[in-house]
Design a protein. Structure first.
Lengths: 251, 198
């Protein structure tokens, strides 16, 4: 039986892992390669490196970070943040990424999804959707959650799928960094609307939140950052709890 | 020297890194004639079955020659599917026909997503060299929508909706549907077992 995946997200700025609340107020959480190795030993299923750097120097440093992580761990590695063109995606893949995650660029130029899917295969293309509830509708936001768009999350997820996305990484802006639990309503709405896997993100604070998002949110995978970084719970503890509740995991 | 075949679909970085981690000597040939020196061939791959048609007749012949002289061949993911006669994904596109049968699409359904992406378990109907030392039920990383039929060549079986061949072996021809380069220690062990079969 296919396991539900637990994915660790490393928000990297200038070669260091940082994590903020509501996308702001970043604090330092350590060396990306060391963290990735620790999670790998604990049984993490995948690692996402999210570049939260805005500068060119930071961009170059990211390639080194990706290459270092890819040399040390042999599980799927995704790179996201600031991928705006086929050349950006190629740089990430050449550095060792197995998948790239597109966010703003996919909305601006949906043809980029198709271009990358044709070049690397759909399995290598994740479309990241940042969504927020506005008057009862889950709306898509871009530019790290700062700009509203007229698109609804479910409708955009369907279009991204038809254009060649292999997975959807769905982040709840309302929950991100709050540790109040994943947005199960949002996740279930998107997950039941598309045939491809949906990764839930934003809001993990307790181990219960993960079983909620798998059982109620119909998520195929769950992504978290700070709950793992500050060693409150190991990946192994989490998976043991999930297994005891009948959720298939890799242990 | 192991020849790692590049037919332009996806990237070979991950496979190459994982092979270095098990101390394999890997070379990416640019011309089919370079396969004459190869002690083994690995055909990796992701994407559409049609992508394999990028390998022109001279490549296919050279790969079959390697197999003919008894050197090992390992197909990974799409590379495993290519060992069969064909696939309903690209009717008319010939496989290597080293194993009999056609690959077919996995059927999705409620709570059953296609593509099959993630970690799933291996069950071994018989002993094999590729899975030596690997525990029954070990999990490995998959990402695919089409799968190979279970025949007498199946050495590992995985179920996603229906059971399919996640590992095959016939003589010196091997195949895995999952990605050993992305399957942690279990995957590295599979690659090491292949290297040891040389």
């Amino acid at each position: 039986m296919l396991s539900k995946r637990i994915i660790a997200c490393l928000d990297v700025r200038n070669g260091q892992v940082v994590k903020g609340v509501h996308f702001e107020g970043l604090r330092n959480a350590g060396d990306p390669a060391e963290l990735a190795e620790r999670y790998n030993e604990e049984g993490i299923d995948e690692v996402v490196i999210l570049d939260v750097t805005a500068t060119l120097e930071g961009r170059r440093a990211l390639a080194d970070t990706v290459a270092t992580v890819a040399r040390r761990i042999f599980i799927p590695l995704t790179v996201g943040g600031g991928i705006r063109s086929e050349a950006d995606a190629a740089a990430a893949v050449d550095a060792g990424a197995d998948k790239v995650s597109l966010n703003t660029a996919a909305l601006v130029d949906p043809g980029l999804i198709t271009t990358l899917a044709a070049r690397y295969g759909s399995q290598a293309v994740i479309v990241a959707i940042d969504a927020k509830w506005v008057d009862g509708r889950a709306m898509v936001y871009v530019r790290s959650g700062s700009s509203a768009t007229p698109r609804e999350a479910v409708e955009w997820a369907r279009e991204a799928t038809s254009r060649g996305a292999g997975e959807i990484l769905l982040t709840s802006i309302d929950r991100d960094g709050t540790r109040t639990g994943f947005d199960c309503r949002l996740t279930a709405a998107v997950s039941t609307a598309v045939p491809i896997p949906v990764i839930a993100s934003g809001g993990a604070g307790t181990l219960d939140h993960f079983s909620d998002v798998f059982l109620d949110g119909k998520a195929d995978a769950a992504l978290a950052a700070s709950i793992f970084h500050f060693s409150e719970h190991s990946v192994r503890d989490l998976k043991e709890v999930l297994r005891s509740r009948g959720i298939p995991v890799r242990l | 020297m192991i020849a790692l075949i590049d037919y332009g679909a996806g990237n070979l970085t991950s496979v190459r890194k994982a092979l270095s981690a098990v101390d394999a000597d890997v070379h990416i040939p640019h011309d089919p004639s370079e396969l004459e020196q190869a002690s083994a061939v690995i055909v990796p791959g992701v994407g559409n079955f049609l992508a394999t048609s990028a390998l022109a007749a001279d490549w296919r012949e050279s790969i079959l020659e390697v197999v003919g002289r008894g050197s090992p061949l390992l197909g990974i993911c799409l590379g495993l599917q290519w060992l069969f006669e064909g696939s309903t994904e690209a009717p008319g596109c010939q496989g290597l026909s080293l194993m009999s049968g056609d690959c077919d699409r996995l059927e999705g359904g409620a709570d059953l997503k296609i593509p099959h992406v993630g970690w799933n378990s291996l069950h071994f109907p018989r002993q094999s060299r590729l899975f030596e030392g690997i525990e029954e039920g070990s999990q490995v990383y998959f990402t695919h929508s089409y799968a190979a039929p279970i025949t007498g060549d199946a050495t590992a079986i995985t179920t996603h909706g229906r059971p399919f061949a996640s590992g095959v072996e016939r003589g010196q021809v091997f195949g895995v549907q999952f990605h050993p380069e992305k399957s942690g220690d279990v995957g590295l062990r599979v690659l090491r077992n292949f290297v040891n079969a040389l």
